[in-house]
Design a protein around this ligand. Structure first.
Ligand SMILES: CC(C)(COP(=O)(O)OP(=O)(O)OC[C@H]1O[C@@H](n2cnc3c(N)ncnc32)[C@H](O)[C@@H]1OP(=O)(O)O)[C@@H](O)C(=O)NCCC(=O)NCCS
Length: 178
């Protein structure tokens, strides 16, 4: 198992991985939606605003994760984790948590101060995320499930209130994802 930074040579396989994994877990339509999200993230996000990592096992991409920049009113450096996928046959073996922890460690070395995500609190609490109120940090779009708005600080300090709106990258900035 090798964990490395995403590079454009992985793009086709990574888009297929997300499409297949989300088709298996959420249905074909959702698979297409997430495949398209990843295609757009890769194609339209400035390289300074997108960090991706892949997990390679037996020469194949077994898992992939992307983090994209979230602009905060305070100017603190923040990224959103979205999306992440582990190949369907490889799930439940710890790969997902390993890749997320690796990605967060990499973010830390890039000077990132806060990481956000929008997902299942039961899963993400295993890797350090806690629920965060929008009174503290607003999500970039209206949330369908406010309980899924999660964050973790990469500094040894509490998450301070951000006064004002936040802005995510264009590919994520669509109400259907929130
Ligand atoms: C979610 C996902 C990335 C987790 O990766 P994984 O390698 O399967 O998970 P791990 O083996 O590292 O962790 C397993 C733990 O997470 C829990 N878990 C796994 N997927 C979960 C999910 N979708 N919701 C809640 N909990 C989940 C398991 O119950 C397990 O808990 P345990 O360790 O207490 O038994 C992977 O299952 C996946 O790609 N799922 C489909 C796509 C998806 O839902 N992506 C996340 C949203 S962007």
């Amino acid at each position: 198992m090798k964990l490395i930074a995403y590079s454009p040579e992985h793009s086709k396989k990574v888009i297929k991985l997300f499409t297949d994994v989300f088709s298996d877990s959420e249905g074909q339509e959702e698979g297409q939606v997430i495949g398209q999200l990843v295609r757009e993230l890769i194609a339209t996000t400035d390289s300074n605003d997108l960090l991706g990592y892949v997990s390679i096992s037996d020469g194949r991409i077994a898992a992939c994760i992307f983090f994209s920049r979230l602009i905060l009113p305070s100017g603190k450096i923040a990224f959103i984790l979205s999306p992440v996928a582990v190949a369907s046959l490889q799930q439940g073996k710890g790969l997902g948590q390993q890749l997320i922890k690796f990605g967060i460690q990499e973010l830390r070395s890039h000077g990132v101060e806060l990481v956000f995500t929008y997902g299942d609190p039961d899963f993400y609490s295993k890797i350090g995320f806690v629920k965060i109120s929008e009174d503290v940090v607003k999500a970039p779009q209206k949330l369908t499930y406010p309980d899924g708005w999660l964050a973790q600080t990469l500094k040894n300090e509490a998450i301070a209130t951000e006064v004002g709106l936040t802005k995510c990258v264009g590919a994520l900035n669509k109400q259907e994802y929130w």
